[in-house]
Design a protein around this ligand. Structure first.
Ligand SMILES: Nc1ncnc2c1ncn2[C@@H]1O[C@H](COP(=O)(O)OP(=O)(O)OP(=O)(O)O)[C@@H](O)[C@H]1O
Length: 256
């Protein structure tokens, strides 16, 4: 069975053509149906660039990205169906939501952008159901994003992503801006949503301790290159690459 997402030999460079900076150098990674893959590595290792290439915000120089076996056109000129199927959740929920918009209008905008996913009747009922799915009270619908806490904002970001019925979530440092106790709640929610909505997830984080809580498989990046990849239990119990060993040691130290 082919993976839902296949990234093959991805290469992304920035800067002048004569002297480019190679941000992602030959990275290959797959995400299967209903699977969560953690992509981990220190700041600057190229994780966000991989994520942005997957959702079409960055144009790779080489390599291909396939969704459900179909190569994705690079850049943003993708059929709406493909844009809808892959949704990205960003690090800072406060800056990824317009603080002046109400939660109801944020969800309404998502439905306008992707009418195929919009409910044909009873939008209020569908809105309340979405909020319940992410653990928010109906009363939040009338509130402006700027009035909400960081954790509530990230729940709204998730509701906005779910509103268009995606199959793959690309979560880029989605809990990094949150307090540790709120992080744990959002991680539980993400895992719960993955099961209930049959989602696949590429979960990106610099923190191996966080990835450990959610990933089935872990891929480790360093300086644009994938250095290790395998089942989470194996990567965490017997890391092969010395960089993964160092990341693991740092995560254990932080938690001790
Ligand atoms: N638009 C851009 N123009 C030039 N350089 C860029 C651009 N985007 C990313 N880079 C560079 O590419 C490298 C990889 O960045 P990227 O954001 O993908 O790393 P990351 O692992 O996600 O780190 P972080 O968690 O800090 O975002 C960095 O050196 C970064 O400065």
């Amino acid at each position: 069975m082919s993976a839902l997402l296949e990234v093959n030999d991805l290469r992304v460079t920035f800067g002048p053509r004569r002297k480019p900076f190679v941000a992602v150098d030959g990275v290959s990674v797959t995400v299967g149906a209903n699977e969560t893959v953690g992509l981990v590595g220190e700041s600057g290792s190229g994780k966000t660039t991989v994520a942005r290439s997957i959702v079409g915000l960055v144009r790779p120089q080489a390599g291909d990205i396939r969704y459900d076996g179909t190569p994705l056109p690079p850049g943003t000129r993708r059929p709406g169906e493909l844009q809808r199927a892959i949704q990205m959740v960003f690090q800072d929920p406060r800056s990824s939501l317009n603080p002046r918009m109400t939660v109801a209008s944020i969800i309404g905008e998502a439905w306008r952008t992707h009418p195929a996913a919009a409910p044909s009747t009873d939008r209020i009922g569908a809105l309340h159901q979405l909020l319940a799915d992410v653990g928010l009270d109906e009363s939040v619908a009338a509130q402006r994003a700027g009035q909400l806490s960081g954790g509530q904002c990230q729940r709204v970001s998730l509701a906005r992503a779910l509103a268009v019925k995606p199959r793959l979530l690309v979560c880029d440092e989605a809990v990094s801006a949150l307090d540790v106790s709120v992080q744990a709640q959002i991680l539980r929610l993400l895992d719960d949503l993955r099961r209930r909505h049959h989602l696949s997830m590429l979960f990106i984080s610099h923190d191996l301790g966080v990835v450990h809580q959610i990933a089935d498989r872990i891929a480790v990046m360093r300086r644009g290159v994938l250095v290790e990849e395998g089942p989470a239990t194996e990567v965490l119990s017997a890391p092969r690459h010395e960089y993964t060993q160092a990341l693991l040691a740092a995560a254990l130290e932080l938690n001790s």
